[in-house]
Design a protein. Sequence first.
Length: 402
Amino acid sequence: MERRRVTSSARRSYVSSSEMVVGGRRLGPGTRLSLARMPPPLPARVDFSLGGALNAGFKETRASERAEMMELNDRFASYIEKVRFLEQQNKALAAELNQLRAKEPTKLADVYQAELRELRLRLDQLTANSARLEVERDNLAQDLGTLRQKLQDETNLRLEAENNLAAYRQEADEATLSRLDLERKTESLEEEIRFLRKIHEEEVRELQEQLAQQQVHVEMDVAKPDLTAALREIRTQYEAVASSNMHEAEEWYRSKFADLTDAAARNAELLRQAKHEANDYRRQLQALTCDLESLRGTNESLERQMREQEERHVREAVNYQEALARLEEEGQSLKDEMARHLQEYQDLLNVKLALDIEIATYRKLLEGEENRNQPGHQVRVRRPPQEEHCGEDRGDEGWRGH
């Protein structure tokens, strides 16, 4: 608004007078005087009688114009100072922006590029470690499957050994029962032999008593015969029969006892072998159990290490993703800040352009004022439109040279 007022003031100048006669015409208040280059006036129309009044009005106009020009000069000087100050600020901001463009983005780009390269390298390393861990996991899974198969085979062998051990135990129990049965039979045979001996001794004793009674009876009835030979013969026959029976019984007992002894020895050998095999199977079972527990512990340790590796890999990947996100946010913020600086620079350029236009406008106005104040210019007095139709004694225009 101020620039518009100054421009309009610079382009036009008004003569404020209650009564003013120019060229034989009376000028009322509000009559506008316009400065314009006019052709040389005709001498017939010059009225030198009005020179004094016109000089007085012109002096007043010049005084007001001089005051207005001084005010405009002061305003223009302050405006020029403001423009210079803004130009200096504009140059400083442009230099700072150029410095930011030239140095900071490059340094930041170098720093972030280095960090991004390092992060990408570590991400590649983590990817390689992850692939290696997956391969190790597959190998461990394969080893675990092999160990499980071995465990199943060993379990089957253990079950078979336990079944064999149970069978051997059953056979040992049967052999023990057979041995006990044979021992009982041996004892019963010994008792039977003792009983037979006792019966045999009783029969011999009864027979001797009978023979003694018969011998006495014979002696009583008849004369004393010679029975010694007959008794000897009977005794011999009886002893032969008893000896034969005793020998047969002893032979049968010996054969039975030998058979039982052989059976007991065989059963004892089988029992010893069964116990030895049972001990071997027990030791193998204990060794397999220890191996199984060791393999289980190794498997659990490897699975725990795999879980820890996976968790650490996931945490590191999350941290790297967060770092990349932060770097991207910082880069975006830097881009936004650069865009804001560019927008401010563009705004300053627009302000500078507007100021340059205003400066050029004021320069043209000042040059126009200087040219208007030089000799050879005319003062054209233009009356308002409402006074052009007031009477026939008023002319169209009046002029006077400076």
